[in-house]
Design a protein around this ligand. Sequence first.
Ligand SMILES: C[S@@+](CC[C@H](N)C(=O)[O-])C[C@H]1O[C@@H](n2cnc3c(N)ncnc32)[C@H](O)[C@@H]1O
Length: 310
Amino acid sequence: MTELTHQSVLLEQAVDALVTDPDGFYIDGTFGRGGHSRFILERLSQAGRLLVIDKDQEAIEEAIGLQEQDERVIVAHQSFAGIEELADTYGVSGKVAGVLLDLGVSSPQLDVAARGFSFSKPGPLDMRMDTRQGQTAAQWLAEASEEEIANVIFEYGQEKFSRRMARAITREREERPITDTLQLAELIKQANPAWERHKHPATRAFQAIRIFINSELKDLEKALAGIVEVLKTGGRMVVISFHSLEDRLVKQFISRQEKGDDYPRDMPVTQSQLNPALKRVGKPLKADSGELEDNVRARSAVLRVAEKTA
Ligand SMILES: C[S@@+](CC[C@H](N)C(=O)[O-])C[C@H]1O[C@@H](n2cnc3c(N)ncnc32)[C@H](O)[C@@H]1O
């Protein structure tokens, strides 16, 4: 039987970097199964508060269970892209002590075949984190043009055989609808002429379709901009990324915020007049060898921390 737990990545490192004020208001934008949230709560006083967000119904059920045991917890079932509006709702805009994002999918999402995320488990081709809205992967693959499918697989999967894969998908759908995970995995596998060792040939294409279906990068971009607005001076943003596209977005965002306003190069302005909004804290962290042995998901994880400056 599948064990529906999620082994949190970079747990201590993330929470150490995040919690600087035990009485503060914190936001965990990716509750999952609450590994990070429970650890944050251990560091907070009775005056501290933790708003937890997730798009996923099952994650939210777990969060409500935690809220019933701990009145410091507030639960929001939505995307973290709406963090700014959510902070307004709770009257904490500009007052938040820290925001954590532990991106991507949780192990239960991958492990439950019926969610349709996995290329190795038979299930309906869904892939939505929020099953209340949006198109399933099957609906999108039935309607998108071959070019659109190729572009998504290339852009979000960095897959060089994206065109062949998109062609295989459109050919298959002329014969029969593409409705399940193994059907899609198999046809992508056949379209991939260069299998890598220890990697399923559909890995990148599945990742790409998942990122697209859940607008993962767009949500992240919006959330980062919102986080700068909701943090108080000295408040921390901690982000754990699992692939290079996410990490690059986070890294470039922090760099831009560190530089501040754009002035012509020859204008005599000092660094502080540029109004930088963030400064990075420490170097990007990766899991150590102990954690890597225990948890394969930690392999690609990168943690970045930044602090609101003004
Ligand atoms: C890696 S898991 C988080 C695990 C969690 N830190 C733990 O220790 O249990 C990522 C979670 O973020 C959620 N998620 C991903 N993108 C989201 C978004 N845009 N808005 C809200 N939740 C999101 C997923 O549904 C998933 O439950």
